[in-house]
Design a protein around this ligand. Structure first.
Ligand code: KG4
Ligand code: ZN
Length: 342
């Protein structure tokens, strides 16, 4: 079973061929980070234009590296949401063109299902049920994963995604975009207890698994306004304290949700899952709670085509097929039909 996965939802043009939903025969990523860096964030129009230029060469390279031809494929999977509308459309149109010209089945993939199933590419891959925490530049959500294809959101951010908070704080500090890795690096030299940044306490029924990071971002801004832009040890201390204030609620709520739902496994996913403190705190707390933790390697945390091919394979096995009228759904919430926009 060979599936081509195509991903263009944000600023990576990516394609991969995956065998049997478990083995990536190729994984090609063309990143636009350098193009967007000078703007301090992704510029949607630039993203779309660059996807147009990159999508076919990236697909060709993914097929060549996997030593397969398009005729060998069993299905073509593409991210159709959530993401930037113009960026998504490029991947969707490319996939439709290939599916039409080769008469291969087309499968629509939710980007977040891709993140959750990236872990399937590891040799020791968990089977559902598990609790999934997706933390990326656009999303911070807890999912009750009862079976492949059965995803229920049990908590999410009320405002900024965790990665968005990283990127915005990095900008305030004059660090390059995307801000996650530079903050992570500075934090390694700092004291996480140096500054007592706030943790949001969200009240109300069913809200105990929700997150909020905008207050934290404001607290960092207020600190910089008072003390000036930090350098050296002060910069390291600020980064470490900020990082702790992100990792603490993410890990505490993931463990709480896993226990409440009776899950014995947690899967971490998304770009922010590459964060060293999030990984170490989650490892510590999961061990204490007696929950098994699955951490994808860093290259599978950020956007890639292989995770889309894996999710596409499972969707194919479930009998899901998209027509040539497949549309991009920028607000597609995982666990709902693509028409249900958020
Ligand atoms: O999953 P991803 O590649 O794209 C989205 O779907 O959003 O995630 C990108 C996000 C960015 O906000 C980036 O700053 C963050 O992941 N990130 C990190 C780290 N590496 C990437 N955040 C914290 N620590 C890291 N080491
Ligand atoms: Zn992503």
């Amino acid at each position: 079973m060979l599936v081509l996965g195509i991903e263009t939802s944000c600023d990576e043009t990516a394609a991969s061929v995956v065998r049997d939903g478990r083995v990536a025969l190729s994984d090609v990523i063309s990143s636009q980070i350098e193009i967007h860096r000078r703007y301090g964030g992704v510029v949607p129009e630039l993203a779309s234009r660059n996807h147009v230029m990159q999508v076919m060469p990236v697909i060709d390279e993914a097929l060549a590296k996997a030593s397969v031809t398009i005729g060998d494929l069993d299905a073509i999977a593409v991210t159709s949401g959530p993401g930037l509308i113009g960026a998504l459309l490029v991947g969707v149109q490319a996939a439709k063109g290939l599916a039409w010209s080769t008469a291969k089945p087309l499968v629509a993939v939710n980007h977040l299902e891709g993140h959750l199933l990236a872990i399937r590419l590891l040799e020791e891959a968990p089977e559902p049920p598990f609790l999934g925490l997706v933390v990326s530049g656009g999303h911070t959500s807890l999912f009750d994963v009862r079976a492949f294809g059965d995803y229920r959101s049990v908590g999410s951010t009320r405002d900024d995604a965790a990665g968005e908070a990283y990127d915005k704080v990095a900008k305030m500090l004059g660090l390059p975009y995307p801000g996650g890795l530079p903050i992570d690096r500075h934090a390694r030299e700092g004291n996480p207890k140096a500054i007592a940044f706030p943790r949001a306490h969200i009240r109300g029924e069913g809200a105990e698994c929700d997150f909020s990071f905008s207050g934290l971002k404001t607290a960092v801004r207020a600190w910089i306004e008072r003390q000036g832009k930090p350098e050296g040890v002060a910069l390291a201390d600020l980064c470490a304290s900020f990082q702790e204030a992100v990792a603490d609620p993410l890990t505490a709520k993931a463990i709480r949700a896993a226990k409440a739902l009776g899950h014995h496994r947690i899967v971490l996913a998304g770009g922010v899952a590459a964060n060293s403190r999030l990984r170490s705190l989650m490892t510590e707390r999961a061990a204490k709670a007696g929950v098994e933790l699955f951490l994808p390697p860093v290259r599978l945390c950020t956007d890639n085509g292989a995770m889309i091919a894996v999710a596409g394979t499972h969707a194919f096995w479930r009998g899901e097929r998209a027509g040539l009228d497949l549309a991009a759904t920028p607000g597609w919430r995982l666990g709902t039909k693509p028409e249900a926009r958020s």
